[in-house]
Design a protein around this ligand. Sequence first.
Ligand code: VTB
Ligand code: MG
Ligand code: MG
Length: 323
Amino acid sequence: MERELALEIVRVTEAAALASAPWMGRGNKNEADGAATSAMRLMFDSVSIVGTVVIGEGEMDEAPMLYIGERVGTLDGPEVDVAVDPLEGTEIVSKGLNNALSVLAIAPKGQLLHAPDMYMEKLAVGPQLRGKLSITDPPEVTIEKAAKALGKPVSDLTVMILDRDRHKELIGTLRSIGVRIKFLSDGDVVGAISPSFPETGIDLYMGSGGAPEGVLAAAALKCLEGELQGRLMPADEAEWSRCIEMGISDPLSVLFMDDMVGTGDVIFAATGVTPGEFLGGVRYLSDQRAETHSIVMRAKTQTVRHVKATHFLPNKPYLQSVR
Ligand code: VTB
Ligand code: MG
Ligand code: MG
């Protein structure tokens, strides 16, 4: 893929972030999500790719746009798989909390796992712990190995985890061995990427979140030399069949980085909507301008760009009025 695509796709996440940010704190997550999704779709129309959405907002009948299988882009250019979450953290935006972002990854056709929409158990780490841990270990063993590899006491480790009842047992174990826990209200893409940004102070990401978000995070971690291991959690017969239909013959097997992103040629972009661990949120300035903070990264070169942009809002056709 041409490197110019990196700049093209960050424009797409910027647009989605700018479109959803006016909904911050209005208690209306669907409007926030809808605004992000339409803006993303509109911006895709000018990107020179023949894109197929492989991770999107759901099936055609439940998602009006950016549904799985939808074609995006100008439809000339390279054939690519597209994974999107126009607004990762709809609830976050509606409540005015932290860590909402717009996120997108592209890779040559066939290289992104078509993750079914169900839970995935995850273990994510930054470069220092890559290859050193296993999701099949009990959590206490994982923590012990991590502390050893990082050369610090267990009590200095910080684990990020979604604040959910289903994590009660895991939280109990982590508390009993004395690690620090930083809870996320939503948005586990940020959780899984955070250990790869040392300034976050987060050492590991554990627990279960959405499988599509797992693939998006894996795409980012390919660019950051981090690692995510995942294991799908089909909850019933229907979810089990869904895995098989989507080409995952052994739904309970551990998914490694290469299973989720089968190429070293992935491009990832994310723009903050509300302030987060490693991205600022959309900030409104004077004179009808707003600032966005994004990261855009290519696995091929491992370049990580932080892009701060100032946008003149009257020039943005996708901004709807908010009442
Ligand atoms: C995660 C997170 C999302 O859902 O996938 C989580 O990344 C998992 O589902 O932002 P539960 O909310 O059921 O725990 C979100 O929080 C919302 O889609
Ligand atoms: Mg979404
Ligand atoms: Mg999401």
